[in-house]
Design a protein. Structure first.
Length: 483
């Protein structure tokens, strides 16, 4: 008996100490997703490579790397930190311009009053084009400034340096930035533990924005709780994890990512108070790959948000793109690190280009354009209609998705939600069960139960009266017999 317990204990220890990759039997090279039990399962391809922007697309312009991408209504901006350039393409993917030297309105190269040298970009890491003001904002990281250019001529307009009254220890080295409809600038500085820097349109400091909570180490917490004041001062201080990238949605809410291993969350959607309101309605939290499937934890370097709430996360560890809908359901996982065309070596950024996705790679100096397949387009259309509140159109689109992929849980849930919105609770329960959506199934069941009681209330009253009468009669006969 002792021998059996010893063997069982040894097996448990081995399972706990074994690397996660030892159980990674379900890892796929192609497209996949996860089921409700955390098993990776193969999926139809949702995106396919259709174009590549690289040195061959830019003529004589030397390409060192692609560190960021921003897609406007009619242009694409690729940031090359190695060559200190921002390369511009039109909507037809034709090369338009390359910005390195800073020019005035007449096209003349500007000269620095301090150094007497030509003004030029210095290792920029991010760019954002504001449709409202028709201005191009460049995070000129090496020069520790933000350069603002005219959106059409790319002529110099102004420079935003470190705000005069900016507090804190964060060094002003803008890496990524976004601009809202009111002209307020949100800036990410790599390695800053004070949060996202928010700057007024006039360049003055507003606040640090966004709370990134660190994971709690129970052992450290215990020792700090019993330590003296002198001992606490000597202990290692716990700083808030830093953000590494930023995006903004159609409602003006800020999305951000971090790959700091000490962070509680990896993906954020901030409200005006700086609280994370990202919906986590999927089978699992928004963390990318599950630990049981791969030993490499997903580390997100960028996030891109569509106008209908679907967002793409780019993982630098394995080069994968994770596609989530607004509610936090994992829709699809595609691409990987490799040497095939479309694969990446050092992924840096992702952006929506209509319903297409652009993924950039630093080492290859390329930007790859992926378009949705028929299945991918159907899935995106369903999410678009649902996000815009068009329930019937969404239900039809989800049914179309199911015809292309009968193993797609989200589509079953989508059809079930459509029936739920139409008060067809029994049909909703059927599809929500197929989609393993416990939350929506419970909601549908509760509504079905209430409706059932309402419809059969008379029978419930009748049965209650019969039961009460029978009880009263039995008590009457008993008292009469023994009276």
């Amino acid at each position: 008996m002792r021998y059996k317990w010893a063997v069982l204990f040894a097996c448990m220890i081995c399972m706990l100490l074994a690397p996660a990759g030892a159980f990674a039997a379900n890892t796929f090279e192609g497209d996949y997703t996860y089921d409700a039990w955390g098993n990776a399962k193969r999926s139809l391809p949702a995106f396919e490579l259709v174009h590549a922007l690289d040195s061959g697309s830019m003529g004589k312009i030397k390409v060192g790397s692609v560190d960021d991408v921003y897609v406007g209504e009619d242009r694409i901006f690729l940031v090359d930190a190695t060559e200190s350039r921002v390369n511009v393409f039109d909507a037809e993917l034709r090369f338009v311009a390359s910005i390195k030297l800073i020019r005035d309105e007449t096209g003349k190269i500007m000269v620095s009053e301090e150094t007497g040298k030509q003004l030029m970009l210095a290792n920029p890491e991010g760019a954002y084009y504001s449709e409202e003001s028709d201005e191009l904002y460049i995070a000129d990281t090496g020069a520790e400034r933000i350069v603002v250019l005219d959106g059409n001529t790319y002529a110099y307009k102004r420079t935003i340096g470190r705000p005069e009254h900016m507090i804190g220890a964060t060094q002003f080295k803008p890496s990524k930035l976004v601009v809202d409809q009111d002209g307020k600038i949100s800036v990410v500085v790599q390695g800053s533990y004070e949060g996202i820097i928010e700057i007024h349109p006039d360049g003055s400091f507003s606040r640090y924005f966004g709370l990134n909570k660190p994971r709690v180490n129970l052992i450290d917490y215990f020792w700090k709780s019993v330590a003296s004041k002198e001992q606490k001062e000597k202990m290692k201080k716990l700083f808030a994890p830093s953000f590494n990238n930023i995006s903004i949605d159609s409602e003006g809410l800020i999305y951000a990512t971090t790959f700091d291993p000490s962070a509680q969350d990896m993906v954020f959607r901030f409200n005006s108070k700086g609280e994370n309101v990202l919906m986590q309605g999927g089978y699992f939290p928004v963390i990318g790959d599950l630990p049981r499937v791969t030993e490499l934890e997903s580390q997100f370097v960028d996030i891109a948000v569509s106008d209908y709430g679907v967002y793409a996360l780019l993982d630098k560890t394995q080069g994968r793109v994770f596609l989530y809908n607004f509610e936090g359901d994992l829709m699809n996982v595609f691409n990987s690190i490799g040497n095939l065309k479309g694969n990446v070596k050092e992924p840096t950024a992702v952006a929506w280009f209509g319903d297409k996705l652009i993924v950039t790679d630093k080492q290859f100096g390329s930007a790859y354009v992926f378009q949705p397949t028929e299945f991918g387009q159907a899935a995106l259309e369903a999410e678009k209609q649902y996000f815009n509140g068009k329930w019937e159109a969404a239900g039809e689109a989800f049914e179309d998705t199911l015809e292309r992929n009968a193993n797609y849980d989200i589509a079953y849930t989508g059809v079930g939600r459509n029936f739920l919105m139409q008060d067809a609770f029994e049909e909703a329960m059927y599809y929500l069960k197929l989609g393993n959506s416990r939350a929506y199934y419970s909601q549908a069941f509760a509504e079905y139960r209430n409706l059932f009681i309402q419809r059969h209330f008379g029978w419930f009253v009748f049965l209650f009266v019969i039961a009460a009468g029978a009880l009263f009669y039995s008590e009457y006969r008993y008292n009469k017999k023994n009276g």
